[in-house]
Ligand binder design. Structure first.
Ligand code: ATP
Ligand code: MG
Length: 254
């Protein structure tokens, strides 16, 4: 499968329990597996963005430019690591940071300056982007534009074959698999069925945890198929890419 949008979840490419701890080997392996397959690569915040965002109160109260900048700089450190891996594999890709093309209002997406993205797409560019802090014209001055929401923004523009979310579990479960042993993996479902099949829970995610992720996935599934797969199970990812049986969640386009 080619022409994908791939989101490397922060839960895979960092250790979320320890501040600013990248998993460099995992990043390298995933870039190696997906390098000829993606048009757009997105990465989450993990223990970089989410951690510093929590420290400064982003998405909970108004933040100063200085505090917003701290989160941006943290994300820059992570995206530099991802970029270095991409360079090692000689992937031709352009980094575009959402702080330069997105405005939020009251924590929600308000405006995307799409024109420049569309022009790059027409010229054949591959894009790297990441969850970021953006200007918010509501009460909070700045807020988060998550990697999950970016997957939706780029799916609208790039119309990929599929959008792939990689996280640290096998897919979307009926409940949080780390807290509830009775959680069952959802294997194949339509976007509209997904929202009902899933029970919300909180996670250490400043952007609304799993509920928001599932709602965003539902909206992407109106454009293209979505897959949620385990980013640590490399053989499973290879099987998926070559069209063999795989473990994960498929959300069918409807
Ligand atoms: N119903 C569910 N199905 C699957 N995972 C769930 C569910 N409910 C909660 N989770 C948790 O969601 C986590 C993945 O979301 P999380 O936002 O933490 O990671 P991510 O999106 O990969 O990271 P980032 O936001 O930094 O990109 C998993 O580790 C899992 O424990
Ligand atoms: Mg997340």
């Amino acid at each position: 499968m080619r022409d994908l949008i791939v989101k490397l979840g922060g839960s895979v490419i960092t250790n979320k329990a320890v501040k600013e701890s990248p998993r460099i080997d995992v990043i390298r392996s995933l870039v190696g597996i997906f390098k000829d397959r993606f048009r757009v690569l997105i990465h989450g915040g993990g223990s970089f963005g989410h951690y510093v965002a929590y420290e400064v109160g982003l998405n909970r109260r108004p933040v100063s430019f200085e505090d917003a900048l701290k989160v941006m700089k943290s994300m820059d450190r992570l995206s530099n690591i991802v970029l270095r891996s991409l360079e090692e594999f000689n992937v031709k890709i352009l980094l575009m940071r959402p702080r330069e093309f997105v405005i939020n209002k009251e924590l929600r997406l308000y405006k995307v300056f799409e024109d420049v993205l569309v022009k790059y797409k027409k010229r054949g560019a591959n894009i790297l982007t990441h969850g970021d802090v953006v200007v918010d014209i509501g009460r909070y001055n700045f807020s988060v534009c998550s990697g999950d929401v970016l997957a939706l923004i780029f799916a609208r523009i790039f119309r990929p074959k599929a959008v792939i979310f990689l996280s640290d579990v096998d897919g979307i479960y009926t409940k949080d698999p780390k807290r509830d042993p009775s959680a069952k993996l959802i294997e194949d479902i339509s976007g509209s069925e997904l929202v009902g099949a899933f029970e919300g829970s909180s996670s250490t995610d400043v952007t609304g945890g799993m509920k928001l992720k599932v709602e965003t996935i539902k909206r992407i599934s109106e454009i293209t198929d979505v897959y949620v797969l385990n980013g640590f199970k490399l053989d499973n990812l290879k099987r998926f890419l070559s069209g063999d049986d795989f473990v994960g969640t498929r959300i069918r386009k409807e």
